[in-house]
Design a protein around this ligand. Structure first.
Ligand code: 3H9
Length: 664
């Protein structure tokens, strides 16, 4: 095993430098290296104190998550050496100063807390993000953090996993000093100052553990908050249980309790699903057939055509990334409406504290509303975001082709239409690609990048890179009706409508899927998107419908009556002026009437049956997409659903879920 920790001497201070790029995870070789360095420094009489620091861009980003993958797959994997290293740090006779820059996350913060002191660069962050992997801190973090920062802060960090800035960590008592300038020099100077003092140990502290009464209130509050913010997830509750043990048991017994809870979480499906999602998000960015040296075009200016909900949202995405963007419409009225919506959305972001007023003003200056193709020759990408109609899109692409420079990328935000047909009206089909954003575009993280048969490698590589700059998760999809996301969404919604046609109420169908973990029920989603959208698509493709095959009718019947969902106040549900839903009795009557006419047997499904039927439809279509090569890997499908369709990450995505429950 390589020793990934370098040992050097600075006067009377030994410096242990972790060298495991890119993030100094606690992979095999790191904890062992720290333990060895500690032994050497404690043994050398010339050494008075020790500094532990990360080489490269960060301290330690945590345990090596690949070890969890191995454990999940039953292929070995161990964290034992991390625990030994933590015990060695706690037992060190000479004081150890953790010098933190970049991130000290998870096991990284736990290593730092086992040191005698912590100093940090002001830009550093600390955190216990384990909950995002379905586990709890397993390196005694649930026992040391409340001892250093108090029970409330420890609960907040371990239940929700959000990072804490170094100044906040200093305020909370996690960090002992903030260092401006050279971190190593500052840490060595700090070590020299404390070298002669008795060695403090977080494990021995009791003063911040609170009273039983105050803690009981905190535990109840955090349980309620976890139920709301992380609905369905076990890890936040497990973290509360472990921190409760810290307040009730001596340190060693608390650690034993933590180990038992950690183990339980690590072997549960939620952790398998979340670890899959963590690596999946990074895996989708790597396109196997794109050479590493594929050129990436610099995208410095953009244009969006269409200032409706999608176009306006996409313009905001570009502006938020600091890219100037033209927003083009055909009428002044539509343009004014679009600009007003953008201003309102930004104002709401300021009100909610997401952006500062100054940030928003800068972003608004980057959006240039106009009615013509003025300056289109200057932009590096044009994104068309008009409504879903092939003729209209072709007309626009033929026009844009005349004004855009020769290597400008022409992207369509179509959600279903054939990219090749759109590309066919241009003189450069190799520069045409689908950039399918999800509504609201400025919020949803997914960007489906649709590859036409002529789309060139540079356009694909640039699109993947651009997705990252736009803070989106870019997933490559092949060209077919609906690509990955919507193509799978059709059968999913079809089953949901079938269930209503067979006698379940819309509330029963949506509740079953919501309680299972989906962000919204499928019928409410359709009401939100507008039932007329699906109706228009159905009419466009009606000629492909086959005799003898059952198609959902209820949504069409609702549209024929002018019920398009939220926008008309009625769809599968009724909506008041605040868009609060209530049951729509007309749906049941329509469903019964239609079922009787079409001879559809009535049978109510249980919540479990509802969930299985809808999810199996997703899974089956996913398999088909893989067989056709529309999705490159099943993880691409999972990430599409997690980042664009409200699929719970802790269920792993439709394909991982099917694997976990053993569907064939
Ligand atoms: C834990 O610590 C449990 C303990 O309590 C138990 C103790 C016993 N392991 O994200 P990036 C890889 S649980 C392995 O693109 P950034 C990542 O896959 C852990 N690999 O960079 C990627 O690989 P590739 C608690 C890791 O600058 C590369 O590093 N810690 C790990 O955008 C670059 O990553 C966490 O949950 C890891 N721990 O963001 C922190 N971390 O290039 C998880 C990263 O092959 N990590 N990689 O695709 C993060 O949040 C971000 O990676 C970080 C850097 C903010 C650190």
């Amino acid at each position: 095993m390589p020793n990934l920790v370098a040992y050097s001497v600075h006067g009377q201070v030994a410096v242990l430098t972790i060298e495991n790029p890119p993030v100094n995870a606690l992979s095999p070789g790191v904890p062992e290296g720290i333990s060895e360095g500690l032994k050497a420094a404690n043994w050398d009489p010339a050494i008075q104190a020790i500094v532990l620091i990360g080489g490269g861009r960060t301290f330690i980003a945590g345990a090596d998550i690949r070890e969890f993958e191995k454990i999940h797959a039953g292929q070995g994997g161990s964290l034992a050496s991390v625990l030994t290293c933590i015990a060695d740090l706690d037992a060190s006779g000479k004081p150890v100063v953790a010098a933190i820059h970049g991130t000290a996350f998870g096991g990284g913060l736990e290593v730092a807390m086992a040191c005698s002191y912590r100093v940090a660069a002001t830009s550093a962050q600390v955190g216990q993000p384990e909950v995002k992997l379905g586990i709890i801190p397993g390196g005694e973090g649930t026992q040391r953090l409340p001892r250093l920062a108090g029970v409330g802060k420890a609960l907040d960090m371990c239940c929700f996993g959000e990072p804490v800035s170094a100044p906040d960590a200093y305020q909370a008592g996690i960090v002992d000093d903030l260092i401006e300038g050279d971190l190593l020099a500052g840490a060595v100077a700090f070590a020299e100052r404390i070298a002669a003092l008795p060695v403090p140990r977080a494990s021995q502290r009791q003063d911040r553990l609170g009273t039983a009464e105050a803690n009981a209130t905190l535990f109840a509050e955090f349980r309620a908050a976890a139920n709301k913010r992380l609905r369905g997830q076990q890890a936040p509750h497990a973290a509360i249980e472990a921190i409760q043990a810290a307040t009730e048991l001596p340190f060693a017994e608390g650690c034993a309790k933590e180990a038992e809870i950690f183990d339980r979480c690590l072997h549960a499906d939620q952790s398998k699903a979340l670890v899959h999602a963590f690596f999946g998000e990074r895996a989708v960015a790597k396109i196997p057939f794109l050479a590493k040296d594929t050129p990436v075009l610099p995208i410095k200016r953009a244009a969006v055509i269409g200032a409706g909900t999608m176009g306006g949202g996409i313009a905001m995405v570009y502006a938020n990334a600091g890219i100037p963007v033209i927003l083009k419409e055909t009428t002044q009225e539509a343009l004014d409406r679009g600009v007003a919506t953008i201003a309102r959305n930004y104002a709401n972001s300021v009100k909610r504290g997401r952006f500062s007023q100054a940030f928003v003003e800068e972003r608004l200056k980057l959006i240039h509303p106009q009615l013509d193709y003025y300056n289109f020759g200057e932009v590096d990408i044009v994104v068309e975001a008009v409504f879903e109609n092939m003729e209209l899109k072709k007309h626009i692409f033929a026009d844009v082709d005349k004004f855009a420079k020769s290597d400008c990328i022409l992207a369509s935000n179509t959600s279903t239409l054939n990219i090749d047909e759109i590309a066919s009206v241009t003189s450069r089909p190799d520069c045409v690609v689908g950039h399918h954003f999800f509504s609201p575009a400025n919020v949803m993280r997914l960007l489906e990048i649709v590859r036409g048969k002529a789309t060139n490698a540079t356009v694909l590589a640039t699109s993947m890179d651009l997705a990252r700059r736009l803070k989106k998760v870019g997933v490559l999809a092949g060209n077919c009706r609906g690509f990955i996301g919507n193509r799978m969404f059709f059968p999913y919604c079809r089953e949901a409508i079938f269930l209503v046609e067979e006698g379940n109420t819309p509330e029963e169908v949506d509740r079953a899927l919501y309680e299972w973990g989906m962000a919204m029920g499928p019928l409410a989603v359709q009401d939100l998107a507008g039932l007329d959208v699906g109706w228009r698509i159905r009419k466009e493709y009606q000629h492909l419908e086959q005799p003898g095959v059952r198609y959902p009718e209820l949504d069409t019947l609702l549209c024929e009556r002018g019920h398009y969902g939220q926008k008309t106040g009625a769809g599968f549900f009724l909506y008041d002026e605040h868009r609060k839903p209530s049951p729509n009795p007309e749906v049941i009557a329509l469903a019964q009437e239609y079922a009787a006419k079409a001879g559809i047997p009535q049978r109510k499904s249980t919540p479990e049956q509802i969930v299985e039927r809808c999810l199996r439809a997703l899974f089956d279509e996913g398999k088909q997409l893989l067989a056709e090569g529309i999705a490159l890997r099943s993880v691409d499908i999972d990430i599409v659903y997690i980042s664009g369709y409200g699929f719970p990450a802790w269920r792993g995505g439709p394909m991982k879920y099917a694997e976990l429950v053993g569907w064939k």
